[in-house]
Design a protein around this ligand. Structure first.
Ligand SMILES: CCCCCCCCCCCCCC(=O)SCCNC(=O)CCNC(=O)[C@H](O)C(C)(C)COP(=O)(O)OP(=O)(O)OC[C@H]1O[C@@H](n2cnc3c(N)ncnc32)[C@H](O)[C@@H]1OP(=O)(O)O
Length: 153
């Protein structure tokens, strides 16, 4: 099954968090699961904050790209369009808010689950919860905006 990020056009597929063409990036993969979206990610030892626990910046990055991917997929779904249809929806982060609820253990695979809160014009608000072994350790919300032309290099 193809992930949302597999449909990103080449010119926006280099994001450090989600770009499939960034060999040094996280290359997250996000899928629908009913009305929710899900990403699974295995942190590595270099993602340490305090020994035994995951760096919060990584968690923010995962929530960020999970939510921007969800925003794009939600827009396609709202318009009943396939994700490889043109014109492509491209989203960037307007705001990213993260609450760290508990320390996140380094070792288990993490699961991020997202839900669309609002679609309004060019804006999609997505909330996400990050779980380690079924325990919610971080929660976030992203305001995603359709990418303006100024992002084109
Ligand atoms: C197939 C799929 C393809 C998908 C490709 C995916 C590409 C992957 C890329 C991966 C990316 C990975 C992620 C990355 O790393 S993306 C990189 C980090 N992000 C940026 O650099 C973004 C920089 N900022 C901007 O370019 C502009 O400020 C943006 C585009 C964000 C908004 O400027 P724009 O002129 O467009 O906005 P507007 O004034 O018309 O307002 C419109 C609405 O939005 C609301 N609002 C605006 N700003 C904010 C804010 N900061 N917080 C909360 N809300 C905000 C505003 O209130 C209004 O709402 P409402 O009043 O109507 O309710």
């Amino acid at each position: 099954m193809q992930a949302f990020q597999d449909f990103y056009p080449e010119n926006v597929a280099h994001c450090y968090g989600c770009g499939r063409l960034n060999a040094d990036g996280h290359q997250i993969k996000t899928f629908w699961d009913g009305d929710e979206t899900v990403t699974r990610f295995q942190p590595k030892p270099e993602h340490t904050a305090i020994p035994g626990f995951v760096y919060g910046g990584l968690l923010a990055s995962l929530i960020d790209c999970h939510c921007t991917g969800t925003a794009a997929a939600a827009m396609y779904r709202a318009e009943n369009r396939a994700m490889d249809s043109l014109p492509a929806f491209r989203f960037v982060t307007g705001s990213l808010q993260v609450s760290y609820l508990k320390p996140t253990p380094l070792g288990p695979q993490l699961e991020i689950r997202g839900r669309v809160k609002e679609i309004k014009g060019r804006k999609v608000v997505v909330e996400a919860t990050l779980y380690a072994e079924g325990v919610a350790t971080a929660r976030g919300e992203v305001v995603a905006l359709q990418m303006p032309d100024s992002f084109t290099a």
